[in-house]
Design a protein. Structure first.
Lengths: 292, 313
């Protein structure tokens, strides 16, 4: 992939040495995720519920991986384990060799919706991470402006989130997660609440940004088109209990554009995912019928 | 894709409609729906009021409110001057004109202002104490189950006790008359502040807390940047209610005042059978209470300005 020249002084303070997963100062790799033999069991009123069963997964630095599956298949739970919000009942999650025990700014999180602080302006939202990292207010503000420019919302820095459209709010959410220079970006159905047109545009926007950052992305979705369009790899999960049932390489050329959505290669991959999920859904129905 | 441009996001996405047009969601239904055209049109018209008409409606409402008050005063005047007596007895009630004359006399002297100043001083001290302690207790209770289990029984038990009932104990326990009055006023303001703060803190948005944690926020930072601002609408409601309750607790407290205070003024007028003065005292308390509550709401508005521009959820 060719490097993207930065010709705009608005991006001058972007620290590129901190951006790329594969080009750290000492050549270290950042953003390697390893999930080993993970079970996640929740205690519920009706007994233990196995949300994730025996999941193992390695994500390489700079890789864009989608977790794909029907609702309730545990894909969000697995992501929350990587984020550090949920502790595995069994097994281990490590990022860059360190066991995940709690959430941290090295793993930026983008939520489905309504996750911006409504009492903070757009700029204050994005400046929050750097501020928590201990940089001064001025420095945090300038980092915030840089990242708002990156998502095309520099003009809205003083707006409150509830005056923005859903797509704009999600762009602020992405800028806020990136302002900490995370090695891993975790995205939990970030475009799920947007209308179809806005969603496609956001997907292209996200790939533009990722081209510059090239950090590791784990992206949860139940939308097959979205998964195929975005990712290097699709990890398919099935429901009750949530298991990883397939790991599909997406060998489509980048940069990707909307025209790809109708290409034969895209269709073939989409069919592969559809068949897998259909088979699993049918199996799940049969199991439920037997159990019932 | 043009690879010479940097990865700035495309900004073709439509900007949110201006908040001045809150009814935009109702514009142009995508497919024509033949069913109930009348009903649809009516709903549309109601939700698409231009600002001008809205202002006019609001103006009409305020005029109505003022007229309602004026009507009551007029009826009172008629009832008093004619000695209306049918179950409710207006024989000994001074007419608004009489009260007005007495009020002009009070306003001309300086005694009346001393009463008000003393009351304001007690309110200020009691209210400040109630706000500080109330918010602290409320945050502690809202964020720690342990703290809630320890404090809540006291709150629930003491809250229904009216200010008047505290007078004997206040006199026995506290060194001065002034401190007793302030204590009773303080108690009145405290409970609404505590209850509303607890309510606000307990309703913290868990997604926002998770977002803050993933951005590296400490527990203290989450309390300051997420929990407290989120609880602020509820806390402000508590502050406003607390101010109202402080004023009517003050009246109870000032029963024991020996010299000054608008509550003392009212009780003393009762003892001396000065009917116009009783009514002046009552309305002064009502007016000052309303005014202080309004001031509190105004003072808190900057903390809630993020709520004002609604529109998109």
């Amino acid at each position: 992939m060719s490097t993207v020249p930065v010709n705009d002084n608005r991006l001058a303070v972007l620290d590129h040495s901190r951006l790329r997963a594969k080009a750290g100062k000492s050549g270290d790799e950042r953003g390697r995720i390893s999930v080993r033999d993970v079970d996640i069991v929740f205690d519920t009123a009706s007994g233990p519920h196995v949300a994730v069963q025996n999941a193992s997964l390695t994500v390489r630095p700079g890789e864009f991986v989608c977790l794909l599956g029907p609702s309730g298949c545990g894909k969000s739970t697995l992501m929350n384990a990587i984020a550090g919000f949920v502790a595995p009942t069994r097994g281990e999650v490590t990022v860059d060799g360190y066991a995940v025990t709690e959430p941290g700014p090295d793993r930026g999180m983008v939520f489905q919706q309504h996750s911006l602080f409504p009492w903070k302006s757009v700029k204050e939202n994005v400046a929050f991470g750097p501020l928590m990292a201990g940089v001064g207010q001025n420095e945090a503000n300038s980092v915030a402006r840089t990242f708002l420019s990156l998502v095309g919302l520099a003009a809205f820095e003083n707006a409150y989130p509830n005056t923005l459209s859903g797509g704009m709010q999600q762009r602020v959410g992405i800028a806020r997660a990136l302002a900490n220079y995370p090695s891993v970006l975790l995205m939990d159905e970030p475009f799920g609440a947007l209308d179809a047109q806005t969603r496609i545009m956001m997907q292209e926007n996200l790939l533009d940004i990722w081209r510059e950052f090239h950090n590791t992305v784990v992206f949860v979705t139940h939308d097959i088109d979205e998964a195929v369009f975005l990712s290097d790899r699709i990890v398919v999960m099935s429901a009750s209990p949530g298991r990883i049932i397939a790991d599909i390489d997406v060998d489509l050329p980048r940069p990707r554009e909307q025209s790809l959505l109708t290409s034969p290669d895209f269709m073939a991959l989409k069919r592969q995912c559809l068949d897998l999920i259909r088979k699993e859904t049918l199996n799940a129905f049969q199991r439920q019928n037997k159990a019932g | 894709m043009d690879s010479t441009s940097n990865a700035v996001m495309r900004t073709t996405e439509p900007v949110a409609e201006a908040p001045a047009n809150p009814a935009s969601d109702h514009v142009a239904p995508k497919e024509p729906t033949p069913a109930l055209p009348m009903a649809r049109q009516k709903a549309d018209n109601e939700s698409r009021l231009p600002t001008r008409i809205w202002l006019k409606n609001t103006g009409v409402r305020y005029v109505t409110r003022i007229l309602a008050l004026v009507t009551a005063v007029a009826l009172w005047q008629v009832a008093s001057t004619n000695g209306f007596h049918f179950y409710i007895n207006f024989d000994n009630i001074p007419a608004p004109s009489v009260v007005g004359t007495a009020l002009v006399a009070e306003l001309a002297g300086h005694e009346f202002y001393l009463h008000i100043l003393h009351s304001l001083e007690r309110i200020a001290i009691a209210y400040a104490l109630a706000v500080v302690l109330g918010v602290l207790l409320g945050v502690a209770m809202g964020s720690s189950r342990w703290a809630e289990d320890i404090i809540l029984p006291y709150i629930e038990l003491l809250r229904p006790i009216p200010g008047v009932a505290w007078i004997p104990l206040a006199i026995l326990m506290l060194p001065t008359e002034q401190s007793s009055i302030i204590f009773i006023t303080f108690l009145g303001a405290l409970f609404p502040v505590v209850i509303n703060t607890v309510h606000g803190v307990e309703q913290s948005n868990s997604v926002l807390i998770r977002a803050a944690r993933s951005l590296g926020a400490s527990k203290k930072a989450i309390l300051w940047h997420v929990v407290l601002p989120g609880a602020m609408p509820s806390i402000v409601t508590g502050l406003a209610i607390g101010m109202g309750v402080a004023w009517f607790s003050l009246l109870a407290g000032e029963i024991i005042s020996g010299q000054y205070g608008i509550g003392y003024y009212t009780w003393n007028s009762y003892t001396l059978i000065q009917y116009p003065q009783i009514i002046i005292g009552m309305f002064t308390i009502g007016g000052l209470g309303t005014l202080c509550t309004l001031l509190i709401r105004q003072a808190c508005n900057p903390l809630l300005k993020w709520q004002a521009k609604g529109g998109r959820s």
